[in-house]
Design a protein around this ligand. Structure first.
Ligand SMILES: [Zn+2]
Length: 331
């Protein structure tokens, strides 16, 4: 069942965060759906209610251009049939105004992000406002961004010195004037695999300040992978050359959720799982050239990783009550 992010956030706010996962291909799609139902090796495994979670599929402009965006849509439609219990939003990640309009008109997306954070404050509000008007007409929800994260996202690169935290007073004005449904805030995270170096980290005081001024309003955390050392080590042992990095410690997801962070974007960690499994498979089976040989263990590893993340986000075990509240039944 495809729902809006707004509907998911109403259930999650102040209690847990919904995982927002980027996908690009079939194996990620299958692993993602399995993992959100507590399955691992097969679509036929029984659903595990304690590990079932609502989730958000994120499609970036890069993913849409990787092959043809119609493949992504068809895969997700097929997954909706194959996993009828899944409850999820389909969200455009880091949209430009034009791409946001295209997704709003597609009849497929339930949510879009308009990222005009590189524009001036007033231009960001005006651009977001235009997208909000069109999206709300069609029943979609809109995520906007205020503040600058460090790191690399799509074609925009921001170095650490230029990254700046979201100003709480500006956040209030932004939300009021733009009409957005959720706001991505810069609170110390950064995009990509090379995250915190040394003293950087999540600024809980800043999140609390923003929540105080915007009580009940859903906040979004981008660049929230944890870059687990074990995955980096597995990759490097299998011939990779990834440098040192550390991301958001997983035990910080829930404290952030309690302060109003309802959506946590995780992309890099999923890429690490992909890279580790494929590298290890090719290293250990040098005579094998079947695409399914790495694909199969990857789907299982990705599903397991999604379930693990949902446990850390507090969304694991929430699927049934989300479904009940969406259908207007007592929880
Ligand atoms: Zn982002």
């Amino acid at each position: 069942m495809i729902v809006t992010t707004k509907e998911l956030f109403q259930h999650a706010y102040g209690r847990y965060a919904v995982g927002a996962y980027n996908i690009n291909n079939l194996e990620q799609t299958v692993g993602l759906f399995r993992g959100n139902l507590g399955q691992k090796n097969s679509n036929e495994e029984p659903i595990d209610p304690a590990n079932s979670a609502p989730f958000i599929i994120q499609l970036s402009r890069g993913a849409r251009g990787y092959t043809d965006k119609r493949f992504l849509e068809a895969m997700i439609r097929a997954a909706e049939d194959i996993f009828p219990k899944a409850v999820f939003a389909v969200h455009l990640d880091h949209g430009t105004e034009d791409v946001a309009y295209e997704c709003i008109g597609s009849g497929f997306y339930s949510s879009v992000m308009i990222d005009a954070s590189h524009e001036t404050f007033d231009e960001n509000i005006a651009t977001t406002r235009r997208v909000v008007e069109r999206a709300h007409e069609k029943g979609l929800s809109v995520e906007a961004e205020l503040g600058m994260l460090g790191g690399v996202e799509e074609d925009i690169s921001v170095d650490a010195d230029n990254a700046c935290l979201t100003d709480p007073d500006q956040a209030v004005e932004f939300v009021e004037r733009s009409g957005c449904d959720s706001l991505a805030v810069a609170i110390g995270t950064s995009h990509g695999a090379y995250k915190f170096t040394g003293k950087q980290g999540l600024h809980f005081d800043r999140i609390a300040e923003i929540q105080k001024r915007l009580p009940g309003f859903p906040l979004v955390m981008h660049g929230s992978s944890s870059v687990p050392k074990e995955w980096v080590e597995r990759i490097n042992k299998a011939g990779g050359k990834l440098g040192d990095a550390s991301g958001v410690p997983e035990n910080q997801y829930l404290p952030a959720a309690k302060l109003g962070v309802t959506k946590v974007n995780i992309d890099t960690d999923g890429r690490l799982v992909w890279c580790a499994v494929f590298r290890e498979t090719f290293r250990d089976k040098p005579t094998d050239f079947d695409p399914r040989t790495p694909g199969k263990p990857f789907m299982a590893a990705y599903a397991e990783y999604i379930t693990h993340k949902n446990q850390k986000l507090g969304s694991a075990g929430r699927l049934e009550s989300v479904r009940a509240s969406l259908l207007g039944q007592p929880v």
